[in-house]
Design a protein around this ligand. Structure first.
Ligand SMILES: [Zn+2]
Ligand SMILES: [Zn+2]
Length: 372
């Protein structure tokens, strides 16, 4: 199914709504007076998952709920900006109330490289999560391998070690009860069913256990089963969205440099430009002028021949006189142009993506202690 074929109105469901209400009630209950941060934090955590530039849940809530009377928290907690919300969600420190458990996370990204950002979050707290990375290679989707992965997750549940799952579509079905937080208790211990085909295994779940699914945004929107999406707390994370304005400017400069690096100098005499330098029409049959630098099409060639245009190179700073000889179409210059037309920054550098540039800028900024 292609992304545009699926209606995204089902993206949020009742689970998200209940979870929002539960979070708001718990905040109000435990702190006795609800503040603006608590409400916004709850909304963003339960109705996230989109690039804030395309969908911002706050716009809807602000339109229909009156939030003007709520005061901002003096200590700016719980946080309301993207990365700090994810941090809060991973650590659970802002919502550590009795009877309030955070859902597990689904992080939608443009590029799986954000894994390093999530890992840094864990490492900064001296936590070393288990990363389980799936693939579509034949041996990786075999029953044995899926079983092996389920076993690794089971071990982490038991130890309370966070697990990050990437590319593991074949495994999510086994974890539905876990995603649902459908726990049974025995004494004060929590258990969940892990399924694998017809098999069911009871697994102990430590309170510290966290599960994070990282997946490509378009894949989630087009292919992830809705019941799976609705069970998880959704966040959108891209390296670009985490840059400061200054860093975004550096990123733009770097990208422009990279683009310029792979773009041929079109005025170089063996590559013709895409449009006629006399009138700007599309240049399909380029004729090189006497200056040996500029090109015109049949459009202007005819005008010059008929005396409707000056016998001078029409390029402003050139203006070299044109000798009327036999005009020959420069097919080499055209071929060269066509060759370069298909080259872009993406095709020129293996593995290039604007997200990688953003990550590089972030890393550099950290190295320079935030001085760029
Ligand atoms: Zn022309
Ligand atoms: Zn010229």
């Amino acid at each position: 199914m292609k992304p545009e074929e699926r209606d995204l109105t089902d993206f949020f469901g009742l689970t998200d709504f209940y979870s929002l209400i539960k979070m708001v009630v718990n905040f109000a209950d435990n702190t006795k007076a609800l503040n603006r941060n608590q409400l916004e934090h709850s909304i963003r955590r339960n109705f996230g998952g989109f690039d804030p530039e395309t969908f911002n849940p706050m716009e809807f809530f602000e339109k229909y709920c009156n939030m003007d009377d709520l005061k901002l928290a003096k200590d700016d907690r719980p946080p309301v900006d993207s990365i700090r919300i994810i941090q809060a969600s991973l650590s659970g420190e802002d919502t550590a109330f009795e009877g309030m458990e955070s859902r597990y996370l689904l992080i939608l990204t443009e590029n799986l490289s954000v894994l390093s950002i999530i890992l840094d979050e864990f490492y900064s707290k001296n936590i070393h999560p288990e990363v389980v990375f799936g693939s579509k290679f034949r041996d990786d989707i075999s029953y044995t391998q899926v079983f092996h992965n389920v076993y690794r997750i089971k071990k982490c549940m038991d130890m309370g070690k966070p697990v990050i799952l990437l590319n593991l579509g074949d495994l999510y079905e086994s974890l539905y009860d876990t995603f649902n937080r459908y726990f049974s208790t025995w004494g004060d211990r929590k258990y969940v069913d892990l399924g694998l085909g017809d098999h069911r295994v009871k697994s102990f779940v430590d309170d510290k256990f966290r599960l994070v699914v990282i997946a490509d945004k378009n894949k989630v929107h087009s292919q992830f089963p809705i019941p799976l999406i609705s069970r998880l707390e959704k966040h959108y994370l891209s390296a670009t969205s985490l840059l400061t304005d200054e860093q975004k400017r550096v990123k733009k400069d770097l990208e422009n440099w990279a683009k310029e690096f792979v773009t041929p100098q079109i005025f170089y005499k063996t590559v013709c430009p895409p449009s006629c330098e006399g009138c700007g029409a599309e240049l399909i049959r380029p004729y090189k002028l006497t200056c040996q630098l500029h090109f015109i099409g049949p459009c202007c060639k005819e005008k010059i021949e008929n005396g409707l245009m000056e016998r001078k190179c029409p390029v402003k700073d050139c203006g070299e006189e044109i000798w009327l000889e036999e005009w020959v179409m420069d097919s080499v210059a055209l071929k060269n142009r066509q060759y370069f037309e298909n080259s872009s920054t993406q095709t020129a550098f293996i593995g290039y993506s604007t997200e990688m540039t953003a990550l590089a800028v972030r890393k550099a900024a950290e190295q320079f202690d935030g001085k760029i």
